[in-house]
Design a binder for this molecule. Structure first.
Ligand code: NDP
Length: 284
């Protein structure tokens, strides 16, 4: 007799609005196909008013988990049974895992950044300058600190948001942290070993935009990373590379947070090369 086959797929997806321009589905479904898994990732348009019902629906339908993107990363906290330590510190969840019917919130954005960083530098002992203190800035600053960075300097236009993030990192992680005002043509401190653009500057359709930096303060050998996934090759990365810096694009961070999500949902490791190839065909 042929073995009994299950016609129930493992279900995952994303809740956000607007959802139409989110390419994660292509990356994750390419990974599932390459893994030979009967698994789906459904990109769902979910309004703020419907978030709670969408989450209840995912639980009722036995989903393995889902991503939350804009504007649900903070609001989803109210729907969860448990929140992982780093997500609690960051104050936002972008990845939910259903374990034994319980909803566990994780933040894989910053962990994806750190995984990308590890391909060129051990974050332990790094002096990290984070430009920006929004959702991405918070995730990058907190996870870099938890991964062993010695110092985290937060540079942000809005002083209140920047100071809040620096205080959070100093209070909740072993790293030393300080806020630095974003003065015109900001000069990166000589001690910096990693500089991260975690602002939205440079995102398509404004791909030519450049953060207000003294580019000549980027010393050769410093790691310059951008969270902007589209276009992957931002002007900042081009200018940094021309000055002998080591560069990391935002596509790497996006792929790595996807790797972490798939691992949490399926217990298996996807192929990041397949995932990056799927995204590269769409962005840039
Ligand atoms: P938020 O709206 O939460 O924060 C935006 C940040 O950008 C704030 O710090 C804001 O500063 C700063 N900013 C905006 N315009 C300027 C400017 N002209 N000059 C200086 N600073 C500026 O957005 P997110 O943090 O959620 O997202 C930021 C970017 O990160 C997006 O482009 C997104 O695509 C990317 N991202 C990438 C991910 C990846 O996996 N690669 C994952 C998550 C996000 P202020 O506080 O002063 O307004």
């Amino acid at each position: 007799m042929a073995p009994v086959r299950s016609f129930v797929s493992l279900l995952t997806g994303s809740f956000s609005t607007p959802a139409g321009d989110n390419p994660t589905v292509a990356m994750v479904e390419a990974a599932y196909a390459a893994m030979g898994l009967d698994a789906r990732y459904v990109n769902c348009e979910v309004s703020s008013a419907d978030l709670a019902e969408a989450v209840r629906g995912a639980r009722a339908m036995g989903w393995a988990g889902f991503n939350c993107s804009i504007p649900h990363k903070v609001a989803v906290l109210d729907q969860l049974d448990e929140v992982a330590e780093s997500a609690r510190i960051i104050g936002a969840v972008n990845c939910v895992v259903v374990r034994g019917g319980r909803l566990v919130g994780e933040n894989t954005d910053g962990q994806g950044f750190v995984a990308s960083l590890r391909t060129v530098l051990d974050p332990a002992g790094a002096d990290v300058v984070v430009l920006g203190a929004g959702g991405a800035g918070r995730a990058v600053a907190v996870e870099s600190a938890l991964a062993g960075a010695t110092t985290v300097t937060v540079v942000n236009r809005d002083r209140g948001r920047g100071e809040d993030l620096a205080s959070l990192v100093a209070a909740q992680t072993p790293a030393a942290a300080a806020y630095s005002p974003w003065t015109p043509s900001y000069a990166v401190p000589e001690s910096a070993t990693v500089v991260v653009n975690a602002t939205s500057v440079g995102l398509a359709p404004h791909g030519d935009a450049l953060v207000d930096l003294d580019l000549d303060s980027l010393r050769p050998g410093v790691v310059v990373a951008d969270v902007i996934p589209n276009p992957p090759r931002t002007r900042l990365l081009e200018e940094a590379e021309a000055r002998g810096c080591r560069v990391l694009d935002g596509l790497g961070m996006l792929v790595n947070q996807g790797v972490l999500g798939i691992r949490l949902w399926t217990g298996q490791d996807p192929d990041p090369v397949v995932m990056r190839a799927a995204l590269s065909g769409i962005v840039g």
